[in-house]
Design a protein around this ligand. Structure first.
Ligand SMILES: [Zn+2]
Length: 294
């Protein structure tokens, strides 16, 4: 019997972090989900930034193919001057308080984009809001869209250069975000919408002690231990942090992961969909928890 377990067991794949054109991804939700189907993923979550507008169509498509779908979101927050993303899984995508908050944020993003475009114009770029809107396809106007417009106008050769030269802090067209949620507020927002809250790619923040505190005191439900930007050392570090949190809390927390896929040509390398280091049983644990909860 034991031999059976070791003989070429098919490796099940899950990916709990990806973006569509509903936020700053490169594929509409239906095309993104076709990639998941072709990639033979078994559990999938769509986690667009600050919007759930893509989840319904995504869910319908993958579920027809027997893939387990988790409704997700990635909320932008600010903590100690840093951008900290909080993932929400298993949320009710029609929750009124959540939707109100998101539409307010959308408006703020739009205002920020207008200011960035003004800065572009001030240094002589022939860029207008309608160009960015055309690029964005979805509701969310964000920097990759503006970057693509710069590429279209042959101001820069590629999106990466647009970011390096113009769209990062200190560069001429960058504009800081305003009035963002705190991580605690994001956790509460996700909870009241029936979801579970997970801190995304903690390697970018160096706030391990704070994350521990959020788990123990503020109800943070998990840590994205596995991410395309987490190398072996980072995975060990955040697995250990999750274990410490579990010890303090006296219960298991979620250890999630994903590719953070946007598009093959969107700057960073190594974000191939489904190619994550996430152990399948962690995705299964999350899916089962959410399913049994609702
Ligand atoms: Zn993301």
């Amino acid at each position: 019997m034991q031999e059976n377990n070791t003989t070429h067991k098919k490796q099940s794949l899950a990916d709990l972090h990806m973006h569509s054109t509903a936020s700053d991804g490169g594929y509409p939700p239906e095309e993104l989900m076709k990639k998941c189907i072709n990639g033979k993923l078994e559990i999938v979550a769509l986690t667009d930034h600050d919007t759930t507008s893509g989840v319904q169509v995504a869910k319908e498509i993958v579920e027809k193919h027997g893939i387990k779908f988790i409704t997700g979101i990635e909320l932008s927050t600010r903590f100690k001057g840093k951008s900290v993303d909080i993932l929400g899984y298993g949320i009710d995508s029609r929750n009124e308080i959540l939707l109100n908050k998101l539409s307010h944020q959308l408006q703020m993003r739009r205002e920020r984009m207008v200011r960035m475009i003004e800065k572009c114009q001030e240094i002589g770029m022939p860029i207008h809001l309608k160009d960015v809107e055309k690029e964005a396809k979805g509701d969310t106007l964000s920097r990759p869209h503006l970057a693509q417009v710069m590429v279209n106008h042959q101001i820069v050769p590629n999106i990466k250069e647009a970011f390096n030269l113009y769209l990062t802090p200190g560069k001429p067209c960058y504009e800081v975000k305003e009035e963002e949620m705190t991580p605690q507020q994001a956790i509460q927002l996700i909870h009241q919408a029936g979801g579970i809250a997970v801190v995304a790619h903690p390697i970018f923040y160096s706030i391990d002690e704070d994350i521990l505190r959020w788990v123990v005191e503020d109800g943070l439900d998990g840590i994205e231990v596995y991410h395309r930007d987490h190398d072996k050392d980072a995975i060990e570090r955040f697995y250990a942090l999750a274990s410490e949190a579990e010890y303090k809390l006296g219960k298991r927390i979620f250890k999630t992961g994903g590719s953070d896929f946007h598009h093959e040509s969107f700057g960073r390398e190594g974000e191939i969909i489904g190619k994550t280091k996430l152990p399948f049983e962690e995705a299964e644990y999350l899916f089962d928890y959410i399913t049994n909860k609702n």
